[in-house]
Design a protein around this ligand. Structure first.
Ligand SMILES: [Cu+2]
Length: 664
C-alpha cells in the first residue's frame, strides 16, 4: 500500500526534522528531560505557551486558565533487561517520564516496543479543559503505527482518534504525526497503539483527566499522579510469534506473565527460579484515603482479577464516568476498562505491607503477578508469604464485573456491570423507543484447511490451538480496513469495499471479508444488543466503542429455552420481555464485557459525528476481523480535514504509463 505526503510543505519540514533527529539524537533525546529547551523550541514553532508534562500534572483548580500540554513520544524497538539495566534501575514511582532507560518488565529479556524507553509509556496527566498535544515520532524500523486515546471522545477532533485507515493513515517509520485534542471529559483513560498487535509488545500508557469538583471529591484525601495501577498481560516473545499463531512452539495466545505498572517477577517453571526485578510499590499513610486509578490494559482473551490483600475497594468510577460508590472485594475485567476506587489503608497498621495481586482466570488460569501496598514505615515486601495462585482475597464474595453470572438473579453477591448506577446527568430520553435498533454477534468461523491453503488464496486466520484456524467476525462479516482512511479521504475509498448485514460480498471459505460499516443518522437514539452466539461456553469478549460513552441498560446469560443465541432468538426473547432494561441512572461505559453465550444491551444518542470503530478489545480478535465502523452523520456534519493531513491509497496506474514516461 502506497503512502504519500499531503503537500510539499510537510515533505520539506519532514526532511528537516529527520535530519535534526538523526544527526543529533543526543540533543533531541536530552531535550525531552530539559523542559526549557522543549518550550523554547516549540514556542517559536507554534507561537503559544506550551506546558511540560510535569507542569500539567498539577492539582486542578476550577476557573484556572487551561494549559496546552506538550508531549514527545519516541516509538522504538527496544529490549527489556538490556544493557541500560547495567547502569540504573527505573524510578518506579515516576510515570511522567523516566530518568533511567532500563525497562525491566518481569525480569525476562525480550524484544519490545516502547515510547520513550518506558513500559508503561509516559503518563498524560492533565486538568479537564487542557489542550493536549503529542508529537509521535516513529523510530520503529519497518513498522507503521498509530496511537488511540482510549476514553477521549474526540468530539471536534475526530481526525486524532488514531485508527489506521479509519481516521488517519498509518504513520510510516521515519515520520512523525502531531495528535492534538481537548481533554474534555474527566476520568481515568489510556493511550495505546492501534496498529496490528503493537500494543501487546508494550505501547501503552495512562491518561488522567482531573477536575477540582469531581463528584466524589470528598471521599478521598489524595489523588496523586503515582496512584495509577496499569495492568497488562505479557509474552516472553514478540506478539508476532502468536499471530497468526504456531502449531508447536509458543502455541496459542495465553500470556506467559502479567505486569502491574509495567513491573513484575517471573518464576521459571523449569527451574523454579524467580527473577528479582522490582515490583510496583504504592506508599500510603494509615488512616488516609486514596483515589486509585486502575487501568486494564490487557490484550489477550483471558479474564483478569485484581485484588488487594486485607482491603476492600470502594468503586467510584468506571471508564472515566462516576458511579454510585460500591464496595467490592475484587475487580474482574477482560481489558479496555478502567476502575477508580478509594483505598482505605488500615488505621492501626503502620509498619506493615500488603500484597496487591493480578491473576488470570479460566481459560488462562494459573498466572499471577504482584505489587506492594506499603503503609508508612512498612517493609519493602509484605511479611505474609506470597499467596499461591488458588488462594483468594475475596473474603466477602463481592466481585465487580463477575463473568457469566445471572444478572437477573437478585440473590447474588457478585456484581454485574449493569448493577452500577451513574451519578452524572445524562440524556433523559434514553428510555424512549430507539430510532435505530440492531443485534450483532461476536463470532468465529472455522477455516477448512482446503479453503485456507488453496493456491492463490490468502485467507486471514488466527490459530487459537493446534489445527484450529479461525476467522473472527461481527455479524458474520470479517473486517478489513479500506485502502484510504474513510474519515479524511472518503471520496478515495472505492464503494465496493464496504459491506453490511444486508450487503455481503460472496464468502470465501465461509468468510466475507470487507469493510463492515453501518450508517447511523446524527442524533438517532441507538440500541445495540451485542451477543455471543457460541454453542459451548467460551470467551467473554470486551466490546469497545470509540467516540462515545454508552449506557449499559441490560446484560445477562441466555434467558430462555433456545440453546444458542442468534438474531431470531434475540428477537423472540425481546418480544417475550426476557431481555430486561434499566433506564434509571444506567452506568455509562466505553468498554463492556459480553457474558459468554449471553448478551449486553447498550444505548446511546448518536450525537458525535464521525467514523467510530466498534470492536473486540482483544488484539488478536480485532486484527482477525472482529470489528466494524459506525458511521454517524454525513460529511457535512464533520469538521474539515486539517490542512496538509497525510494521505494514503493503493497505487495502480495503467501498466503502459511507465513505459510512455520513459520512452515517448
Ligand atoms: Cu473477542
Amino acid at each position: 500500500m502506497g503512502l504519500s505526503k499531503g503537500n510539499d510543505y510537510i515533505m520539506i519540514s519532514n526532511v528537516l526534522y529527520r535530519f535534526a533527529l538523526f544527526a543529533t539524537p543526543l540533543l533531541i533525546m536530552s531535550s525531552f528531560a530539559d523542559a526549557n529547551h522543549v518550550l523554547d523550541r516549540c514556542d517559536s514553532e507554534k507561537h503559544e505557551v506550551l506546558s511540560t508534562p510535569h507542569e500539567c500534572a498539577r492539582p486542578c483548580i476550577d476557573g484556572e486558565k487551561p494549559k496546552t500540554c506538550y508531549y514527545q513520544f519516541y516509538l522504538e524497538s527496544y529490549v527489556t533487561m538490556g544493557q541500560a539495566c547495567e547502569y540504573c534501575l527505573p524510578n518506579i514511582t515516576n510515570q511522567l517520564n523516566a530518568t533511567c532507560q532500563c525497562v525491566t518488565a518481569d525480569g525476562v529479556e525480550r524484544a519490545v516496543l516502547t515510547v520513550n524507553r518506558m513500559i508503561p509509556g509516559p503518563s498524560i496527566q492533565v486538568c479537564k479543559g487542557d489542550y493536549v498535544v503529542i508529537d509521535a515520532v516513529n523510530l520503529m524500523s519497518g513498522q507503521a503505527m498509530s496511537i488511540h486515546w482510549h476514553g477521549i471522545l474526540q468530539d471536534g477532533s475526530q481526525y486524532y482518534d488514531g485508527v489506521p485507515f479509519v481516521t488517519q493513515c498509518p504513520i510510516a517509520d521515519g515520520n512523525s504525526f502531531r495528535y492534538q485534542w481537548l481533554a474534555g471529559n474527566e476520568g481515568t483513560h489510556f493511550w495505546h497503539a492501534h496498529h496490528g498487535s503493537q500494543r501487546i509488545d508494550g505501547l501503552y500508557g495512562s491518561i488522567i483527566v482531573r477536575t477540582e469538583k469531581s463528584f466524589h471529591r470528598n471521599m478521598y484525601d489524595y489523588d496523586r499522579p503515582q496512584d495509577v495501577i496499569m495492568l497488562s498481560d505479557w509474552f516472553h516473545v514478540s506478539a508476532s510469534e502468536h499471530w497468526p499463531g504456531t502449531q508447536v512452539v509458543n502455541m496459542g495466545q495465553n500470556p506467559d506473565s502479567l505486569l502491574i505498572e509495567g513491573l513484575g517477577q517471573y518464576t521459571d517453571p523449569a527451574t523454579g527460579n524467580t527473577t528479582t526485578t522490582p515490583l510496583a510499590v504504592y506508599k500510603v499513610k494509615p488512616g488516609k484515603r486514596y483515589r486509585m486509578r486502575c487501568i486494564v490494559a490487557t490484550s489477550m482473551h483471558c479474564p483478569y482479577e485484581f485484588s488487594i490483600e486485607g482491603h476492600r475497594l470502594l468503586l467510584i468510577a468506571t471508564d472515566g464516568v462516576n458511579i454510585e460508590p460500591t464496595w467490592v472485594d475484587s475487580i474482574m475485567s477482560t481489558g479496555g476498562e478502567r476502575y477508580d476506587f478509594v483505598l482505605f489503608p488500615k488505621k492501626n497498621y503502620s509498619q506493615k505491607s500488603y500484597w496487591i495481586r493480578l491473576r488470570t482466570l479460566d481459560p488462562c488460569a494459573g498466572i499471577q503477578q504482584f505489587a506492594v501496598l506499603q503503609h508508612k514505615g512498612g517493609p519493602d515486601l509484605p511479611s505474609s508469604p506470597r499467596p499461591v495462585y488458588n488462594e483468594s482475597f475475596v473474603t466477602n464474595g463481592v466481585v465487580a464485573n463477575a463473568m457469566n453470572v445471572n444478572c437477573s438473579d437478585n440473590n447474588r453477591t457478585e456484581l454485574c456491570v449493569s448493577d452500577f448506577r451513574t451519578t452524572i446527568s445524562y440524556d433523559n430520553n434514553i428510555g424512549d423507543e430507539p430510532d435505530f435498533k440492531h443485534a450483532v454477534a461476536f463470532n468465529f468461523t472455522a477455516w477448512l484447511p482446503a479453503d485456507l491453503y488453496k493456491p492463490n488464496s490468502y485467507g486471514r486466520f488466527l490459530m487459537v490451538a493446534k489445527d484450529v484456524p479461525l476467522s473472527a467476525n461481527l455479524g458474520q462479516l470479517s473486517y478489513v480496513g479500506p485502502p484510504s482512511p474513510v474519515l479524511s479521504q472518503f471520496e478515495d475509498v472505492p464503494p465496493d469495499v464496504f459491506c453490511n448485514e444486508t450487503h455481503r460480498p460472496v464468502p470465501v471459505g465461509g468468510v466475507s471479508m470487507c469493510t463492515n460499516m453501518m450508517n447511523i443518522p446524527l442524533g438517532a437514539l441507538c440500541e445495540f444488543i451485542v451477543y455471543d452466539p457460541s454453542a459451548t461456553t467460551g470467551l467473554n469478549h470486551p466490546m469497545h466503542l470509540h467516540g462515545y460513552h454508552f449506557h449499559v441498560v441490560g446484560m445477562g446469560l441466555n434467558p430462555g429455552k433456545y440453546p444458542v443465541l442468534n438474531n431470531t432468538v434475540i428477537h423472540i426473547y425481546d418480544k417475550q420481555n426476557l431481555l430486561p432494561r434499566n433506564f434509571i441512572n444506567p452506568v455509562l461505559k466505553d468498554t463492556v464485557t459480553i457474558p459468554s453465550r449471553g448478551y449486553v444491551i447498550i444505548r446511546f444518542p448518536a450525537n458525535n459525528p464521525g467514523f467510530w470503530l466498534f470492536h473486540c478489545h482483544f488484539d488478536f480478535h480485532m486484527i482477525t476481523g472482529m470489528q466494524m465502523i459506525l458511521h454517524v452523520g454525513e460529511q457535512k456534519d464533520l469538521p474539515p480535514v486539517p490542512p496538509g493531513f497525510p494521505k494514503c491509497s493503493d497505487y495502480k496506474p495503467p501498466i503502459e504509463s511507465v513505459y510512455e514516461m520513459k520512452y515517448l
